[in-house]
Design a protein. Structure first.
Length: 310
């Protein structure tokens, strides 16, 4: 049987998108895929339609490192309206509780925020993409159903009050946290601690793993670059694949040794780490992810197709 011809360009790299307000992460991904005319693309964990900011998108072989970005630490800036609780913990939901004529005290807010620092247990919201019995929770929530969710351990490395508006009953916080942290839940829990309720009215992701908002690009900027300079201009916005895993130790291999690895064989490497995952390079070129096996050898874990010769 003849192999079906691939559609799009065989292009590899990471686009650090500044996701716009509204619309899904998947919609943003499809727009970027079309702009780059890429034959393969994937995102690294979705952002809510309400959220803006850093959304790394992987093109081509970069999809093989997307899991590492999904599992990476994140940083957010969130604006919270106090005095109202919603069923989604953000402004897209219905108000389910309201407290009038309360006084917002800055010292009390700061004290409450300190309760979120460190390793904590967090119950995921019903309006989330987590699945129960194969069904996303948000679909159950839209049917008016509520199911018990297990608390998950997350880590809040830092949480800081960056704006306090007593008149508007609004605050702004910045949160540096581990994967799986729901900022909406922090806002909801904070409102419960303060006794007035609260919900997110604006959310911006400032960092995902090694990628920050400063190096992100908007859809409008990508479209303008392509119109002005064609694919070369738009390709200039691609980040190298190995930046997604730059926290892993690097292992440099000569071509002779790399050939064994590409055929699935573990190899001995001097000065390799004692355990864990590593970045693999052949003569300076990134070829994938390896792991240290029980014998202390470097074994292939996720090799790029171009590197494996497929």
């Amino acid at each position: 049987m003849a192999r079906r011809k691939q559609k799009g360009r065989n292009i590899h790299g990471i686009v650090v998108l500044d996701k716009p307000l509204g619309g899904s992460s998947n919609h943003a991904l499809q727009v970027v895929k079309r702009l780059f005319d890429a034959n393969k693309a994937g995102h690294t964990g979705s952002l809510d339609p309400l959220a803006t900011g850093v959304l790394p998108l992987c093109l081509g072989e970069a999809t093989k490192v997307s899991q590492f970005l999904l599992n990476s630490d994140k940083a957010y800036r969130a604006r919270i309206k106090l005095g109202e609780r919603t069923d989604t913990a953000d402004s897209e939901g219905e108000v389910i509780a309201k407290v009038e004529n309360f006084t917002l005290d800055e010292a009390a807010v700061r004290a409450a925020l300190r309760r979120f620092e460190g390793e904590i247990e967090q119950v995921p919201p019903m309006y989330s993409a987590l699945k129960q019995d194969g069904q996303p929770l948000y679909k159950l929530a839209r049917q008016g159903k509520t199911v018990e969710r297990k608390a998950r351990t997350i880590t809040v490395y830092a949480i800081e009050l960056t704006d306090f508006d007593a008149d508007a009953k609004e605050i702004e916080i910045e949160v540096d946290c581990s994967k799986g942290t729901y900022i909406r839940t922090i806002a909801d829990d904070l409102g419960q601690i303060l006794g007035c309720g609260g919900h997110i009215i604006a959310l911006r992701r400032l960092r995902a793993g090694a990628f920050s908002i400063e190096e992100s690009v908007t859809l409008e900027a990508l479209a303008a670059a392509k119109e002005a300079g064609g694919v070369d201009a738009i390709d200039a916005h691609l980040m190298p694949m190995d930046k997604a895993v730059d926290a892993l130790p690097a292992v440099q291999l000569p071509s002779y040794t790399a050939q064994f690895l590409k055929h699935g064989q573990p190899v001995q490497v001097s000065h390799a780490p004692a355990d864990g995952l590593v970045r693999l390079y052949e003569e300076g070129e990134f070829i994938g992810i390896g792991s240290i096996d029980d014998d202390g050898n470097v074994a292939p874990k996720r090799l790029l197709v171009a590197a494996s010769g497929d």
